[in-house]
Design a protein around this ligand. Sequence first.
Ligand code: PLP
Length: 392
Amino acid sequence: MTDSLGFSSRAIHAGQEPDPTTGAVVTPIYQTSTFKQDGIGGFRGGYEYSRSANPTRTALEECIAALEGGERGFAFASGLAGQDTVIRALLRPGDHVVVPSDAYGGTYRMFNKVALPWGVEHDIAAIADPEAVRAKIRPGQTKMVWVETPTNPMLGIADVTALAEIAHEAGAVLVVDNTFASSYLQQPIALGADIVTHSATKYSGGHSDVVGGLVVVAKEIGVPAFADAAERVAFMQNSMGAVAGPFDSWLVLRGLKTLAVRMDRHSDNAEKVVEFLSGHPGVSAVHYPGLESHPGHEVAARQMKRFGGMVSFQVAAGEDVAVKVCAETQLWTLGESLGGVESLIEHPARMTHASVRGTELEVPADLIRLSVGIEEVDDLIADLKQALDRLA
Ligand SMILES: *Cc1c(COP(=O)(O)O)cnc(C)c1O
């Protein structure tokens, strides 16, 4: 029944029928490891053991699949656990992946320090340029193209449709990490992606109170050799076991119900913060796909509903001042992560992206990243202003 409904109706209802025994409107937290069998193999609703399936997790998995317009959803203990499961489900030693030159540090670390020693090779490409990606394809060996858009932390934009064509032509699947945009602002499967991943820790959970990961596999996979992608991910999720627990699943499920209203407010606030930063003399560059001057603006306007809550900017006076600004805000909390209701500020080169220092993914040292929350935007701007006016 939920297939024909709009986004917010699906967010609140998909996978979440009132509990059949009590009528509880909210999906209960089925905090149990095992399920009574009515005679051997007599599973009630298919539930046997909570690594294999748990009703709270099932509700979340059905909800995220409905939100992304995919065939099947999977919930994991973290975003990276979900990504690892996708990589090991679909790739084999000897295969090759094209990865973005601007990506979440932990994603790159996984390709460079975990997948590479296991035998999966990669090349790095500037994914804002589809031809740069095409140039890195190794015919017959490239089996996956990995994309983030917008990217972390430079807010670069990749053209998902163009990259899907390039990947599929080469016999590779296109995986899109949709964490920064969220399911509400961007629907990669409709644009041609085969698999979508999320760090549910960020906007999907939305309240900085849970670590989790989500994976959605499309109904139509663009490469025949990967037509069974959903079964492979399902098999690996159970075999490797990095599943989301019932309470964590419940927290993400609750977060998703308000995703649309939160993302609209995150976007409203970010637009005003960007306007302020763009006019400040101590700021040398502002990176936000909503700016008409942003090189990916046109593509972003085509594939995103709005431009989201992530903003980064560079401080004219350099690294030391950027570091001080991060430490001198009051309302903006200095911290890693993003996508919660509260605003966060951080210095990527020394914090979230310290692990890519010295690689091709190194980020500018004078860069500050903001996760714009949903507080009163005037308070957020006043706080940035006092720090920048004094220091920058
Ligand atoms: C945080 C993040 C991840 C990793 O997710 P975890 O939940 O921390 O494991 C992956 N991709 C992006 C874009 C992220 O921001």
